[in-house]
Write a protein that binds this ligand. Structure first.
Ligand code: ZN
Length: 417
């Protein structure tokens, strides 16, 4: 979409959004003359959405609402998002661009939460839109614990597994606990589709090593649904006709230099039941401004949540940087990180009892980052309890980053064991 077309599209959405109670007060300026004028509109934050939920963002239209979702914040009241039938169809159509290329021969096991969260429903609709068959295996119900999922994967000859990336690793662990070998014993599996947390290239490689199939990622959030999917070349392309994005410096006013990481701010370009103007997503992203061999233009790298960042002596460690450190180690499946004073602690569960970290490897990392780093290998089950295979993997979103207290507690627990 060229700049003039995009400015027109945004103007149309601004006029529409201004019919909602929230944006009627929020958007003061008349129409935009250029894309730059958009920056005069204040950002919409998660706190704003919370305050406006459940009805404050609904535009005054006779649009029929079709589906309701809310994000499961750990603090404060939930954020409400409404979708119309058209919204749902557009998002599902966007997902059909995923490099996994769902087809009528597919049996896709969806292992995301279904209750109130979005991704399971969008993926479900998209698979069916491409005549594939869905096996809904909710990740947060006792009806489908991990052993049941392993049984379904085998018995139904599942071709695509859709789940958060850590769940794909946990399912492999569960299969191994049952004496199965993921690469050998699931011959019909041809792809894994991940969503719900940033997928670093290191974790993608880990999952592909374990399962022996390609992994395709999906980026989105409850507030806007899926916004990007991996192409066949495994690069995340945005649905350019649905969204306008800005990548801002920490001042939240100026754009980052091309190719730099920054704060993702998203504006919906379609007349959605819940339009969002300059929504600060809380995610750090990087734009790759070169064309992709799949034939599409720019792509994006999701670096992680801004809140998930450990900073030591002005060196920052995000999910991406930590998984890069873990990638060459013998154990890389389950980890947590934290800091105490000026030391970065990396806790990693052993994959085999003989796993060792060499002093040289740690020295190399210390030198590379210029901060003190301690890598501690833990027995299997320390971070993710495996004693009960029904509750294993049933937790909410995994927590990779520990606060100071949690880090101290874990260090104490290890010492006393
Ligand atoms: Zn591509």
């Amino acid at each position: 979409m060229n700049t003039q077309k995009k400015t027109n599209a945004i103007n149309e959405i601004l006029t529409y959004a201004k019919t909602s109670p929230y944006y009627s007060k929020r958007i003061q300026i008349p129409l935009l003359h250029s894309l730059n004028d958009l920056k005069t509109i204040p950002l919409t934050t998660k706190a704003d959405l919370r305050e406006q939920s459940p009805f404050g963002l609904l535009p005054d239209s006779n649009m029929l609402l079709s589906q309701y979702h809310e994000s499961s914040g750990t603090t404060g009241s939930p954020v409400s998002v409404w979708y119309s039938e058209t919204d749902l169809d557009e998002i599902a159509r966007g997902i059909t661009r995923c490099g996994a290329n769902f087809n009528p021969h597919d049996r896709v096991l969806i292992r995301f939460p279904y209750a109130l969260s979005t991704i399971s429903h969008f993926m479900h609709r998209s698979v069916q839109m491409q005549s594939g068959c869905v096996i809904p295996a909710d990740s947060r119900t006792t009806v489908t614990p991990m052993p049941k999922v392993i049984d379904l994967l085998k018995r139904l000859k599942i071709t695509v597994l859709a789940c958060i990336s850590l769940q794909a690793i946990m399912l492999a662990e569960m299969a191994e606990m049952q004496g199965l070998e993921p690469k050998r014993d699931f011959p019909f599996l041809r792809a894994i589709c991940t969503a719900g947390e940033p997928l670093t290239p290191y974790r993608r490689k880990l999952i592909e090593d374990i399962w022996g199939v390609p992994v395709f990622d999906n980026y989105g959030m409850t507030e806007v649904g899926t916004a990007m999917v991996d192409c066949t070349q495994q690069h995340l392309h945005m649905f350019e006709d649905y969204f306008h994005v800005e990548i801002l410096n920490d001042d939240f006013e100026t754009d980052v230099k091309p190719g730099e990481c920054g704060n993702l701010v998203i504006t919906t370009l379609r007349k959605r039941a819940t339009p969002l103007i300059r929504y600060a997503t809380g995610d750090i992203v990087q734009e790759i401004n070169s064309s992709c061999s799949c034939g599409r233009g720019r792509s994006f790298v999701i670096r992680g949540r801004k809140e998930n960042l450990i900073t030591i002596e002005s060196v920052s460690f995000d999910l991406y940087e930590i998984e890069k450190m873990i990638a060459p180690l013998p154990a890389r499946r389950f980890w947590s990180a934290g800091k105490i004073t000026n030391t970065l602690y990396l806790f990693i569960e052993k994959e085999s009892s003989t796993d060792r970290i060499h002093v040289n490897d740690i020295e190399k990392l210390k030198k590379m980052y210029g901060v003190n780093i301690s890598i501690i290998l833990l027995d299997k089950g320390t971070l993710y309890d495996r004693t009960d295979d029904v509750s294993f993997g049933m937790k909410g979103k995994p927590r990779y980053f520990l606060n100071d207290q949690e880090t101290a507690n874990l260090l104490n627990k290890i010492k006393t064991n």
